[in-house]
Design a protein around this ligand. Structure first.
Ligand SMILES: Cc1cc2nc3c(=O)[nH]c(=O)nc-3n(C[C@H](O)[C@H](O)[C@H](O)COP(=O)(O)OP(=O)(O)OC[C@H]3O[C@@H](n4cnc5c(N)ncnc54)[C@H](O)[C@@H]3O)c2cc1C
Length: 392
């Protein structure tokens, strides 16, 4: 696959090639970063090896189920009640950072916080103290480019944990392993991700909430409960609320980056530890009524697994084995289906000569055996329909 063409068409904007090679990007009308540069041969080689959009950065040699190679699957939550409540699901990601800092295993956490100027824009934060880590917990359902200035904002003499979307973590892991870069970022933590909503989706959200963008001083997508309400606050302190399921299902999730629709990894395949929502089920469907938060936690490396066990033993988190994969299929239906129907989606795109990631054929064929033909056909025809209607 031609690298420049692939980057031009699909770049998700993690920013790593800007950090390493100074590649220039600009924002398109939806707010996403798009390539605005010529890529040097050296940079093309780098992208080919590390970039999630190329597809080759994903391997799964086990094919035993849809959830990828792993050491363990657990349910859990932070034992700090305030963090469990404030965080996105149950505060595991935040508590891992706090633990590592407390024990002197890292100096800082690289993660995402809110941009001061626009409530639905983000900036990368390097938190060197507990207060800052906690302040920046929670999910931001908006564009993030965590590695854009990575080289500049971290200290090569210090050790870090990095938090990112699965695609961000894939790029970073491969830069570490294949190019010996960022070797001082020693823990890679991710979260389940269904896609990156655009700026326009966020503006629609504010409209639906009834809060004027110019007056909005704070926007929380969830948290302060599980899932918690999507809440905008204006300069007078007035709050505008919407149920999380409506905010995501009705608005944000409908307008995500185009690569997200072709992404095989919403489940942090290249992380040490990945967390998601472990919703309770009601009649086989996720129940979004308010409760105390619960994370699904998957350790994907021995380092990640040992760390989870240590944090549990030291009382920072509760973490128990949880291997009910039949339920997980229903709890994280979107993640299951997107992986199992990827082959069908790719085929529909190829018919229209569209650029797609170069995923391992055996891997996506194995996944497609894990879902009935009728589901695959539905996705295939749905994708064709969306391409024809230019909604893809
Ligand atoms: C774009 C997006 C899509 C998601 N899709 C799913 C999904 O399909 N299924 C599911 O179960 N859960 C999804 N989540 C939520 C995710 O499950 C929870 O964040 C995860 O369970 C971790 O919960 P926690 O309480 O341990 O995290 P917390 O302790 O609250 O920590 C969250 C960490 O993520 C960082 N962060 C927040 N937003 C971003 C961002 N945009 N980019 C990079 N880093 C960020 C924060 O800085 C913080 O360090 C999504 C979140 C986001 C941001």
């Amino acid at each position: 696959m031609n690298v420049t063409n692939a980057v031009g068409k699909m770049c998700i904007g993690c920013g790593l090639c800007h950090s390493e090679y100074g590649v220039e990007f600009k924002h398109n009308d939806k707010g996403y970063l798009v390539l605005n540069d010529t890529l040097s041969l050296e940079c093309q080689r780098f992208i080919e090896q590390v970039c999630p959009i190329m597809g080759g950065a994903y391997t799964d040699n086990s094919h035993k189920d849809i959830w990828g190679e792993r050491i363990g699957i657990y349910e859990g939550f932070s034992n700090n009640r305030d963090i469990r409540k404030k965080a996105s699901s149950a505060g595991i990601v935040t508590t891992i950072g706090l633990y590592l800092l407390d024990k002197g295993l890292i100096d800082g956490v690289i993660h995402i916080g809110v941009d001061e100027k626009t409530v639905y824009k983000t900036k990368t934060i390097v938190s060197y103290d507990k207060k800052n880590i906690i302040e920046n917990c929670g999910s931001r359902y908006c564009i993030s480019s965590p590695w854009y200035d990575l080289k500049e904002i971290i200290d090569p003499e210090k050790k870090y944990m990095a938090v990112g979307k699965p695609c961000d973590i894939t790029a970073l892991k491969h830069a570490k392993e294949k190019f010996h870069l960022y070797e001082n970022i020693i823990y890679l933590v991710s979260f389940f991700c269904a896609g990156l909503p655009s700026d326009s989706a966020n503006r629609n959200l504010l409209r639906e909430l009834g809060c004027k963008e110019a007056d909005c001083t704070d926007l929380r997508y969830r948290g302060n409960g599980w899932p918690g309400y999507t809440t905008a606050t204006d300069k007078e302190g007035k709050k505008y609320k919407l149920e999380y399921s409506k905010a995501w299902g009705g608005i944000l999730g409908r307008d995500v980056h185009k690569f997200c629709r072709l992404c095989i990894d919403g489940i942090g395949l290249n992380s040490d530890i990945v967390c998601g929502d472990l919703w309770y089920l009601d009649n086989d469907s996720p129940d979004f009524s308010e409760r105390e938060g619960r994370n699904i936690i998957i350790s994907r490396t021995y380092t990640g697994d040992a760390l989870l066990k240590q944090i549990t033993e030291d009382g920072y988190i509760t973490c128990r084995e949880w291997n009910n994969l039949e339920d997980l299929k229903k709890i994280q239906k979107h993640q299951y289906t997107r992986r199992a129907t990827m082959k069908a989606k790719m085929l529909a795109n190829k018919i229209f000569f569209r650029t797609v990631p170069n995923y391992n054929k055996k891997m996506i064929s194995e996944y497609s055996k894990m879902i009935p033909f009728s589901e695959r056909r539905k996705v295939f025809l749905g994708t064709i329909k969306r391409i024809i209607r230019k909604k893809y």
